[in-house]
Unconditional design. Structure first.
Length: 201
């Protein structure tokens, strides 16, 4: 009985020390993480100064998300622009997103279309999806269902599930393309398969 009483008195203290240990380890891990990010930023800055477009984009991502630096969308846009001028495909797409959303810059759907088309020409499926939406809705460009369908097809062929599903609907309804129920079913099946692949662990 006495032993159980002593244990009951010591147990909360033991838990408290264990909690302190977990907190200390978490703080240590957080410090290591911040140090690691800071080291990477220094490395990317050096590479960016040497003209590495990929490093410029990584710096842009840091400023966009406040990762290791204070969040600054204007600085993010500046680094994305530098990366894009250096030929970085992902940066071209991200600039389109910034203009589309008015994030760090004044919203401008014409500029968004310019950058999405640029990235799409270079093979970016998400950019193809976005410019397809703009042509379908006449948002920042002249509405053109035929061009929209072409971009949806290209994005779907590149593995974009949402584009495959929308292209299937256009084939089903004869919007921008000749109606073709068989092809519509084929592309919807592809869209379903892409969705499953994306959600399967």
């Amino acid at each position: 009985m006495k032993g159980r009483m002593i244990f009951s008195q010591l147990f909360p203290v033991t838990l408290a020390f264990a909690g302190l240990g977990l907190e200390a380890r978490a703080q240590t891990a957080d410090t290591i993480s911040r140090t690691s990010v800071s080291d990477r930023i220094v490395s990317w800055q050096a590479k960016a100064a040497a003209g590495d477009a990929g490093a410029m984009r990584m710096l842009a991502d840091c400023y966009r998300h406040g990762d290791g630096v204070e969040r600054d969308m204007r600085e993010a846009w500046r680094w994305y622009a530098l990366a894009a001028s250096g030929g970085d495909l992902e940066a071209e797409y991200e600039i389109g997103c910034l203009y589309r959303d008015g994030n760090g810059v004044r919203q401008d759907m014409k500029e968004a279309a310019y950058w999405f088309r640029k990235a799409a020409r270079n093979g970016h499926p998400e950019a193809m999806l976005n410019i397809a939406r703009q042509f379908e809705n006449g948002d920042g460009v002249l509405q053109d269902s035929r061009i929209a369908a072409e971009y949806y097809w290209r994005a779907a062929s590149g593995g974009n599930a949402e584009a495959a599903s929308r292209y299937a609907e256009m084939l089903r309804d004869g919007v921008g393309v000749k109606a073709d129920p068989a092809q519509a079913r084929k592309w919807q099946a592809k869209a379903d398969a892409l969705h499953r692949a994306k959600t399967t662990p």
